[in-house]
Ligand binder design. Structure first.
Ligand SMILES: NC(=O)c1ccc[n+]([C@@H]2O[C@H](COP(=O)([O-])OP(=O)(O)OC[C@H]3O[C@@H](n4cnc5c(N)ncnc54)[C@H](OP(=O)(O)O)[C@@H]3O)[C@@H](O)[C@H]2O)c1
Length: 272
């Protein structure tokens, strides 16, 4: 495992995404992911699976302090009282006393950002949340975060070999933030990608392993692939025993770098 250092905290750079996992499938997937070494779990109120995620965590028998658990506040939960109420509900669903990371899921003008972050910060002071972050924030929105003076450690955004987020990542590095790459497999579109397959053959790896390695090999980048079955989860973990060389990186750099697959008119900000 590679880790991202945040102060004295070491955050596992590879996490497990749970979007669209539900019911017993979600419980089993989370439990199994932890059993094969995942220590960073990503959920959200909007995924409607915090209860199952919590059950999977509990069933794993791994001490809570060995796990890094993230959840997110949806756009209807950004007013200060809603931040508190929703977070307490998430804690209850996840059967935990604290969250490692609480994110604003999407930027929204419906509530002043300083009010939402202020409420999140108070939860942090009370020990209910260890770190704060945002998701789907552009550079313009991150500048607004900066104005509040409240520290956020990450911005979770779509990022993969076809959407490099170079400009955003460079800005985030200046602010000592790391980027958490969601949909790191472009929602499955990178399975059997010809260029990645070709690079993978050289290393005895698959196209998806090359795609994840490309992310994890960068400084200040974490990735949270989702996989519904154990074989895929294991494959996604097996990316720490090889390295992409300059020739591989050149081939990946030559791919188009602005293909976005997660975009919701009315919800998405004006992307960088
Ligand atoms: N903050 C946000 O707004 C936001 C938005 C989207 C996602 N996310 C987070 O990011 C996580 C991952 O993103 P995602 O679920 O959108 O997409 P993803 O991880 O890029 O791709 C998931 C798809 O790839 C398939 N897959 C995974 N590993 C594979 C492998 N080794 N070989 C072949 N296929 C493989 C999965 O198969 P199966 O169908 O079998 O699982 C699924 O169809 C989510 O679960 C969620 O936690 C956050």
């Amino acid at each position: 495992m590679k880790y991202i250092d945040v102060g004295s905290e070491r955050i596992p750079a590879l996490g497990f995404g749970t979007f669209q996992l539900h019911g017993q499938n979600c419980v089993d997937a989370v439990k199994d992911a932890i059993s094969i070494g995942y220590r960073h779990i990503d959920t959200a109120g909007m995924y409607h699976n915090e209860t199952e995620t919590g059950e999977g965590i509990k069933a794993s028998d791994i001490a809570r302090n060995e796990l890094f658990v993230t959840t997110k506040l949806w756009t209807d939960s950004l007013a200060p009282d809603a931040v508190r109420k929703t977070t307490e509900h998430s804690l209850q669903q996840l059967q935990t006393d604290y969250l490692d990371l609480l994110l604003i899921h999407w930027p929204s003008s419906s509530v002043p950002l300083e009010d939402t972050l202020g409420a999140m910060h108070r939860l942090r002071e009370e020990g209910k949340v260890r770190f704060l972050g945002v998701s789907n924030f552009t550079i313009a929105w991150l500048k607004e975060v900066d104005k509040t003076g409240i520290p956020v450690i990450t911005n979770q955004v779509e990022c993969h070999v076809l959407l490099s987020q170079e400009k955003l990542l460079n800005y985030m590095r200046e602010k000592s933030m790391f980027l958490t790459a969601y949909s790191p497999l472009a929602k499955g579109r990178l399975v059997n990608h010809p260029v990645l397959d070709d690079i993978g053959r050289k290393h005895g790896k698959t196209s998806t392993q090359v795609a994840l390695r490309w992310l994890i090999q960068q400084d200040d980048v974490a990735a949270i692939p989702k996989a519904s079955d154990q074989e895929k989860r294991r494959k996604n973990m097996a990316i720490f025993d090889f390295e992409l060389d300059s020739e591989d990186l050149e081939k990946i750099d030559a791919l188009e770098k602005n293909r976005r697959f997660v975009d919701f008119p009315g919800l998405s900000p004006e992307w960088d």
